[in-house]
Design a binder for this molecule. Structure first.
Ligand code: SF4
Ligand code: SF4
Length: 178
């Protein structure tokens, strides 16, 4: 069995206050809580007050190439582009990139946080974010996971040394093998 962690987003409750971006970037600064910069946040707001659009989006996987076509969606009379919902760290936009190195950012569900509950959820006073956990059965002999294939793409693009340097700089020292 594996534990699956989910954050449910209720866009109707989000008012675009950006507290989630602030706490996420502060938690991931080094030393922890030493600064905050929404550009370092693993959750970003797609925000257009004139159209009453407030859409929180979590950083997901890195992608080396942007999409060729992009659909548009109309929900409750508001138009969104496909990119608005996309979680990828992608070459076509600035979201989910570490500002100094340009390396991709990904939500880690605040894995070292002592309460075990994601900080963006704790700081969202409008209850737009809800944390849920469930157990799922895992089949043996799985194919290489997303994390493995994502790491390979990163090493190909940035080089192993740059990735190692960045990981060490952020205080998460670990062995990276290719
Ligand atoms: S769960 Fe943690 S790492 Fe993920 S976006 Fe929220 S604050 Fe950031
Ligand atoms: S903290 Fe909650 S209400 Fe504020 S921007 Fe983030 S998701 Fe929206």
């Amino acid at each position: 069995m594996k534990k699956v962690k989910t954050i449910k987003i209720d866009v109707d409750k989000c008012n675009g206050c950006r507290a989630c971006e602030v706490i996420c970037s502060a938690f991931h600064s080094n030393p922890r809580y030493s600064s905050n910069n929404p550009a370092r946040s693993r959750i970003r707001m797609v925000r257009d007050p004139l159209r009453d659009v407030y859409l929180p989006v979590y950083a997901g996987e890195y992608t080396a190439a942007e999409c060729m076509g992009r659909d548009k969606y109309v929900l409750d009379g508001k138009e969104y582009s496909e990119c608005d919902f996309c979680r990828a760290s992608c070459p076509s936009r600035g979201f989910f990139k570490e500002p100094d190195s340009g390396l991709p950012l990904k939500c880690d569900m605040c894995e070292d946080e002592p309460t075990g509950k994601p900080l963006c959820v704790q700081w969202c006073l409008n209850n737009a974010l809800t944390y849920e956990e469930r157990e799922e059965e895992v089949e043996e002999d799985e194919k290489p996971g997303d994390a493995e294939t994502g790491l390979e793409a990163l090493v190909n693009k940035y080089g192993l040394e740059k990735i190692k340097d960045t990981v060490e700089r952020f205080g998460h020292k670990q062995d990276i093998k290719t």
